[in-house]
Design a protein around this ligand. Structure first.
Ligand SMILES: NC(=O)c1ccc[n+]([C@@H]2O[C@H](COP(=O)([O-])OP(=O)(O)OC[C@H]3O[C@@H](n4cnc5c(N)ncnc54)[C@H](O)[C@@H]3O)[C@@H](O)[C@H]2O)c1
Length: 344
């Protein structure tokens, strides 16, 4: 099927952190967007911000993606050319405590979306996967053909999602899917109007550091200073969320060109330690970020960064923003919205 009109993309989890940035990137690239979210981990205020930033009224449907009749009705109402499936629960620690909720939402939601797509003859999907599918990699940088090993229920749901899409493609080659394995998304839109808004205690490093810098939390606990890394703290591949959003645009363009399914790392190819992030954040904010060292957490790994070569080759995409810019944009978001969207 060749798409001759302005392609319409359905974003699930549309008001979440990565999807909201992707929504703007897609509109800027000329796509029409329909968003779906149940606000289980986001705020309706995001829709106001998207309207303000894009100058367009967002086309939005409030629904749980696991609600099959609701998804069918949404695809009845809108002619969708491709889906970007972001909707999922994402907290690794919580997934070990509530595995059923994670399997139900992340696997059940994907099943329901794929069924609705099949029923409407829409067979192109970009799926939010994660670097967590590599487990504890034996070598670095991580290439897409490395062994896969999920070490927690959240990671399992991503592996199952990838397998499900692979099997759909085997059963019917008209399915064209892109599994994008994100490394560590951070930062915010340059306007400071949308960004990551964690509920409760942040699970990820940069939002936590942001809250320490602004004085909401007294200090950062650094888990382990005896990792086999240059400064003894954990190393990750942080990628600016705007670069990640552009990666989705590039992946969709390729899918709509019907050149087959693919699985890609979206990372920068550079690792930064916890202490490097803390120093960069302190420089960007002009604030102190006190740290305390505590023992390693079980399940953590020493270091993880991507080999992004395949994404560069296949999509002509590469991450452009450096750590200083990631911190500066995060800090702008944090200072303009000290209590996130709720306080706005
Ligand atoms: N942020 C990361 O570090 C990271 C890393 C790798 C992969 N991912 C994946 O990327 C995707 C987006 O992550 P994010 O960081 O933007 O998370 P997020 O929580 O900000 O966004 C997810 C959105 O999905 C919505 N949602 C959840 N379940 C839903 C359901 N059943 N029906 C409708 N909406 C639902 C939430 O309300 C939220 O708005 C997720 O699939 C996540 O697993 C995230």
């Amino acid at each position: 099927m060749t798409v001759s009109h302005r392609p319409t993309i359905l974003l699930t989890g549309a008001t979440g952190y990565i999807a909201s940035h992707t929504w703007l990137a897609l509109q800027a690239a000329g796509f029409a967007v329909v968003g779906v979210d149940d606000f289980s981990n986001s705020s309706p205020v995001v829709l106001d911000r998207l309207a303000e930033l894009s100058g367009q009224t967002p086309v939005f449907e409030r629904a749980d993606v696991g609600d099959a009749p609701a998804m069918k009705a949404i695809l009845d109402r809108h002619r969708i050319d491709a889906v970007v499936h972001f909707a999922a629960f994402k907290a690794v620690g919580e997934s070990t405590l509530r595995p059923l909720a994670y399997y139900r939402n992340n696997v059940g939601g994907l099943l329901s979306v794929c069924q609705a797509m099949l029923d409407h003859d829409c067979r192109r999907m970009v799926f939010s996967s994660s670097a967590t599918v590599y487990g504890d990699p034996a070598r670095l940088p991580i290439r897409e053909d490395f062994p896969l090993a999920a070490t927690n229920p959240y990671g399992q749901t991503k592996l199952i999602g990838e397998a499900l899409l692979r099997d759909l493609g085997i059963a019917d080659p008209q399915w064209q899917t892109a599994c994008l394995r994100y490394f560590n998304p951070v930062g915010a839109h340059a306007s400071g109007r949308i960004g990551e808004d964690p509920r409760g205690t942040p699970n990820n490093l940069m939002p936590y550091v942001a809250q320490v810098a602004i004085g909401r939390r007294p200090r950062l606990s650094v888990f382990g200073r005896d990792w086999p890394t240059p400064d003894g703290t954990g190393v990750r591949d942080y990628i600016h969320v705007v670069d990640l959003a552009e990666g989705h645009v590039a992946a969709l363009r390729r899918l709509l060109d019907e050149r087959g399914s693919f699985t890609l790392n979206l990372g920068t190819g550079r690792g930064h330690s916890v202490l490097e992030v803390v120093r960069a954040y302190a420089a960007a904010s002009g604030r102190e970020v006190p740290v305390e060292f505590v023992p390693r957490r079980s399940g953590d790994i020493a270091a993880c960064w991507a080999d992004p070569t395949l994404a560069q080759t296949m999509l002509g995409w590469r991450a452009r923003h450096d750590l200083a810019r990631m911190c500066a944009d995060s800090w702008r978001w944090q200072t303009l919205n000290p209590n996130g969207f709720v306080g706005s």
